[in-house]
Design a protein around this ligand. Structure first.
Ligand code: 5GP
Ligand code: MG
Length: 180
């Protein structure tokens, strides 16, 4: 029988096991270790969802001068043309002149990243790269390149590995997809 979990009122089915995700994390880390070798990179983790990927990834990063900082993107329902106002919280680390690697749990439409990239640009980084554990190619509506990509997903809602459904499921080491 398929492994399922129930979170609040919804049922989720196992879709990617922890071991496969761990392998993807190690591959992403190797790519970053190679490309960022002389960059003294700043890893900018986007909370809350990226907390687990950040922890798993950073254990595999061997680049000298690596630092880590944490930010949060708050979304408000507002009167902007897109119906949404975003705000970047918690950026206290100096960005100017740094090679920044944004660490994201999942890239869906890309709108969060588009906003984050725009804000970071104003802080004059040397360059900005994007690492995402999961991405949904069919959902992307923005012109964004995920430089270090973990696993491509179908356009379905997933939980586990840091990702939640209304607060639940972040602690699951495997990835689960919504059934009903
Ligand atoms: P985007 O701005 O790319 O559309 O969405 C990015 C954010 O939406 C992610 O960082 C994540 O917090 C949330 N998100 C997108 N897809 C999923 C999903 O399938 N499951 C969960 N739990 N969150 C998602
Ligand atoms: Mg996120």
């Amino acid at each position: 029988m398929d492994k399922t979990v129930k979170l609040h009122d919804k049922t989720f089915r196992l879709c990617i096991e922890a071991e496969e995700i761990d392998r993807a994390v190690r591959r992403v880390a190797r790519e970053i270790n190679r490309e960022m070798a002389n960059e003294r990179p700043l890893f900018l983790s986007v909370l809350n969802g990226a907390f687990m990927f950040t922890s798993d990834l950073l254990k595999e990063i061997t680049v000298e001068g690596t630092t880590v900082a944490f930010v949060r993107l708050a979304s408000y329902a507002g009167l902007s043309p897109t119906g949404e106002v975003k705000e970047l919280l918690g950026l206290t680390e100096g960005i100017a002149g740094r090679s920044v690697v944004i660490v994201e749990d999942i890239v869906d439409t890309g709108s969060s990243l588009a906003y984050l990239l725009k804000v970071l640009e104003g802080h004059r980084p040397r360059r900005v790269k994007i690492a995402a554990l999961f991405y949904k190619p069919a959902a992307l509506t923005r012109d964004i390149t995920v430089d270090y990509a973990g696993i491509a997903l179908e356009n379905d809602f997933v939980v586990g590995r840091g990702l939640d459904y209304d607060g639940l499921g972040r602690n699951l080491p495997d990835l689960y997809t919504l059934v009903s």
